[in-house]
Design a protein. Structure first.
Length: 175
């Protein structure tokens, strides 16, 4: 397990559930950022680059499936759907949209923490195998990571660069 606790973005339009998940994760030592709508969530994703996203499906404006598909257009960040929709078809739809796991409400705090830990451990084990994007190398030993870039760079440029890195990584693992 890494020496630092992961940074988790929690997205849910129900403020009570949002605060509950934030509290549970903070008690476990995770750094947590909360978002209660699509726009705030995407801004946080572009600006902060979390290690994991917990994403509700039923949100006003855009459902979680669409948000998940949108995130997958530019990022490989692990996503766990957290929702009251629990039929097999809905779970499959969430996983097909790009989610890595699925938690049905109501859930226990121990289940939430265990699923977060399991997904993050998988990412940690996979990091050395080219599955997760690594810092860009611009030559002469100069490396940078997109999440450390200044906020002055537009989020659309960061999104495009992140997508290019994602596709480059996918191509390099096929060789």
């Amino acid at each position: 397990m890494p020496s630092r606790k992961a940074f988790v973005l929690v997205v849910d339009d129900d403020v009570r559930i949002l605060r509950m998940m934030q509290h549970i994760l903070e008690l476990e030592g995770y750094r947590v950022l909360s978002a209660c709508n699509r726009e705030t969530a995407l801004d946080a994703l572009y600006e902060k680059t979390p290690d994991l996203v917990l994403l509700d499906i039923m949100m006003p404006g855009m459902d979680g499936y669409s948000v998940c598909r949108h995130i997958r257009e530019f990022s490989l960040v692990p996503i766990i759907m957290v929702t009251a929709k629990g039929t097999d078809e809905e779970k499959v739809q969430g996983l097909d949209a790009g989610a890595d796991d699925y938690i049905t409400k109501p859930f226990s705090s121990s289940e939430l923490v265990a699923r977060v830990r399991a997904v993050l451990q998988f990412v940690e084990r996979s990091a050395g195998k080219g599955i997760r994007p690594q810092p860009l190398n611009f030559g002469r030993g100069c490396q940078t990571n997109l999440k450390r870039w200044t906020p002055k760079i537009s989020r659309y440029i960061r999104m495009a660069l992140s997508q290019m890195v994602t596709w480059a990584r996918r191509l390099s693992t096929w060789e």
